[in-house]
Structures are given as structure tokens and as C-alpha cells.
Design a protein around this ligand. Structure first.
Ligand code: SF4
Length: 413
């Protein structure tokens, strides 16, 4: 079996593949990039949609944000009705294991722009700002905007920053000329007159407008119609960005990704959770919630017996602790302590697991953004699952496996 060590972190030009019919990824099997003509040939013209029609489609489909929080897009539109907001495409994708949004922006940028411009027109918004960390994505969107009659409403901003810089409010601050850090209090982008969603959300909206509510619901589940994108990596022979119907069983994705002997999966990214590789787990928001997890940032990382899972956990926890903005107590003190606990656990220190769980509980819900909560969920779900490894590290000095780095950290282009 082939394993892929952190390859996705540096490879946004990853392969794309689908389970079922392609929607968002349509045309990418034949074209490296969909320019204006191939985009129209593939998807057809975008029907006009006023605010009432958009809200009707969104209410019927229940389309939620595909960047992590899963907030309903219709609620954001309603919150900003009458305010002429700026529409922001969050293409920063700060999650190091995810490349799906960069793949969309680099390879099918018109689909993303269709959705964002439709929202801007419906809300009488002033412009669409596409914010990215990736110079190649910025160039692709600029090229696409130049090919469209409505492209003069599109502005592309190359913003820098780490993991928390992709958080919605951090991005809004950066676009306002401030630091790319979450503000020290809980507030929403809509409070600033900004409608912000990630690239996949706008691409899914463009598909929804074209298909209408009934055809959109031809696939997926009754409560979560449509498809979703996952960035699949780790111990698989076929890493890449996959489009699949919501509700697809995990076993089907693992087989299609050529995972040889999957044992564990990390779902949702590094604010997501660890699960045993149970084939029946449904890949949808409700399916993963029933398994105690989240679809989060649309990431699925597979671990097999080739690597030390506790070592993988320790690497990512240390990275998450270092990526905080360091402005709230849980991040300044709690996350470094948690990272030290997990490292101590790897080294077989008695009681380290209990201390780590206590520190995870102590940071949960205490920061001004969700970074401590997400990190606590990631660590807690792993510790509950890795009890055999914990025993081996405690009583035998380790599990005997190397740490391969199957969970990518950093390395963003
Ligand atoms: S919780 Fe952490 S990442 Fe979030 S704002 Fe506070 S210091 Fe920054």
C-alpha cells in the first residue's frame, strides 16, 4: 500500500475524483482549469436569482457553510438584507490538511465567482472580495475575473497568516488593514456588514441555482441534500479532493481512496475529531455528529498501523498550540500545557492522559474564538480512542512504530 506523508499540505494541484456524479468538480476530469468558455460549456449559464429566489433555494436545501462552522447561508443573507454588504470569499484555507478550496479557486474559479456574485447582486452588495493565502489561487481568480463581464466587481486580496488567520473574524480584520488575528471577543462577520463564506459554499450555491431545489436534492440525504468535498489524505493510495453525496458511508470512501488497512480516521480537520475506521459512519453533518464528531473543514485523514498514532497526535497538538494568537488565557497557557501533556504521554509518563483531559476541559469554551474548543475536541477524541497505545507507551516505553507524519502540519504554499 502506498502512504502519502503530508503530501496534500504542499500539493493543492492534487488529483480530484468523485463518488457519484460530479457537480462542483464537473469538468475537472477533462480540463486542468475551466476558463470562461469551458465553464459555460460544462455548467451552462447561471439563471438570474433575486433575493427571494436565493432564500427559497437556500431554505429548501439547507445549504450550510463548508468551511468549518457549518452556519446556514440563508441566515447570513437574512442578517444582511438591506445593508449592501461586501461579499467575501474566504479562500484562505488555513487548515493544513485541506486543499479543496484552493483546488476550486485554482481550477474552477468561475463557479466560485458565480455563487459569490449572485449573492452580491441579490443583496445589492458593493463588491466581491476573494481572500486567499495562495498566490496561484489569487492569479487564477484574477484571470477568471478578467474573462467575465461582471468581473470588475471582483477584488482579490492576498492575505498572510497562520491557522487562526483563516477564522472569519480574523480575515475581516486583515481585510480592514488590521492584524490577521481573531478579535479578543466573540462577534460575527455580519456585525461588520460582511457576508463571508468559504469557496466551496459559493460553488455549491452556484450549483444549487442552476439545478433548482428538486434536482439538487437528487443526491445526498433527505435532511442534507447535495454533495460535499473532502480532502482525503494520510495512509491512502489515492489522495486528493473528492466530491461525494452527503451521507456516503465512510467504507465507500476508504475503498475508493485505496486505504489498505485503515484503523483510524481524523474527520473534519484539526478542530475535528478522531474515530475508529468504522465503514458504516455516514459522512454528513448529522452522521458525524452521531459518531461524536464533525464534518468541520471537510478533511478525512486515514491512519493505519504503520505510524505511531500518539506521536501523530503530539505533533499536531504542539503545532496547534504554536498557531494560537496568544492573546487569551486558554491559548497562552492552556494549549502549551496540553501539548506538553500529550508529549509526556508519548514518553510514558504515568497520569499524563488524565492531566491532558483535565487541561482540555479547562480550555474548552474559554477563548474569544473556537481555537481552544477545537483543539480540545481534537485531543480529547484521540485520547479516548488511543487507550491501547497509551498502555503500550506507559508500560513498554512505546508502541514500536515510527512517527511518519501522516497528519500534515504547516507547509502551506
Ligand atoms: S482563543 Fe486563542 S486563537 Fe482565539 S482569539 Fe484567543 S488567543 Fe486568539
Amino acid at each position: 500500500m502506498t502512504t502519502t506523508m503530508g503530501r496534500l499540505a504542499a500539493d493543492p494541484a492534487s488529483a480530484t475524483w468523485t463518488i457519484g456524479a460530479a457537480r462542483v468538480l464537473a469538468g475537472l476530469d477533462r480540463n486542468a482549469v475551466l476558463d470562461a468558455r469551458t465553464h459555460l460549456d460544462t455548467h451552462g449559464p447561471l439563471p438570474a436569482a433575486d433575493l427571494g429566489r436565493l432564500l427559497g433555494l437556500l431554505d429548501a436545501s439547507g445549504l450550510t457553510g463548508r468551511g468549518g462552522a457549518g452556519f446556514p447561508l440563508a441566515a447570513k443573507l437574512r442578517a444582511l438584507r438591506g445593508q449592501r454588504p461586501t461579499v467575501v470569499v474566504n479562500g484562505s484555507e488555513s487548515e493544513p490538511a485541506s486543499v479543496k478550496d484552493r483546488v476550486l479557486l485554482r481550477r474552477t474559479p468561475h463557479l466560485v465567482l458565480d455563487g459569490a456574485l449572485a449573492v452580491a447582486v441579490a443583496l445589492r452588495g458593493r463588491r466581491v472580495t476573494v481572500a486567499v493565502h495562495d498566490a496561484a489561487a489569487a492569479a487564477a481568480v484574477r484571470t477568471a475575473a478578467a474573462q467575465r463581464p461582471d468581473g470588475n466587481r471582483v477584488r482579490v486580496e492576498l492575505v498572510s497568516g497562520g491557522f487562526v488567520a483563516g477564522e472569519a473574524r480574523a480575515l475581516v480584520r486583515a481585510l480592514d488593514g488590521g492584524p490577521a488575528l481573531p478579535p479578543g471577543r466573540r462577534e460575527h462577520a455580519t456585525d461588520h456588514g460582511v457576508l463571508l463564506a468559504n469557496a466551496e459554499t459559493f460553488a455549491q450555491l452556484a450549483v444549487l441555482i442552476r439545478l433548482g431545489r428538486h434536482r439538487f436534492a437528487d443526491t445526498g440525504t433527505r435532511t442534507e441534500p447535495g454533495t460535499t468535498l473532502l480532502t482525503v489524505g494520510g495512509a491512502v493510495g489515492r489522495p486528493g479532493v473528492v466530491e461525494l453525496p452527503l451521507g456516503t458511508p465512510l467504507g465507500i470512501v476508504l475503498a475508493a481512496a485505496q486505504a489498505g488497512q485503515p484503523r483510524l480516521v481524523v474527520a473534519g480537520g484539526y478542530h475535528g475529531s478522531w474515530h475508529p475506521a468504522v465503514p458504516a459512519i455516514e459522512l454528513s453533518r448529522s452522521g458525524l455528529a452521531a459518531a461524536g464528531g464533525t464534518l468541520g473543514a471537510g478533511v478525512l485523514l486515514v491512519l493505519d498501523d504503520s505510524t505511531c498514532a500518539l506521536g501523530e497526535l503530539a505533533r499536531v497538538t504542539a503545532w496547534l498550540a504554536a498557531e494560537s494568537a496568544g492573546q487569551c488565557g486558554p491559548c497562552r497557557f492552556g494549549l502549551p500545557a496540553l501539548a506538553r501533556d500529550v508529549q509526556a504521554l508519548c514518553q510514558g509518563h504515568p497520569g499524563a492522559a488524565e492531566i491532558a483531559l483535565r487541561h482540555a476541559r479547562a480550555v474548552d469554551g474559554r477563548g474569544a474564538c473556537r481555537h481552544p474548543d477545537g483543539t480540545a475536541r481534537f485531543v480529547t477524541s484521540a485520547l479516548h480512542l488511543l487507550q491501547d497505545e497509551t498502555y503500550l507507551h506507559l508500560h513498554h516505553g512505546g508502541c514500536g512504530r515510527p512517527v511518519l507524519g501522516l497528519l500534515p502540519i504547516g507547509g502551506r504554499p
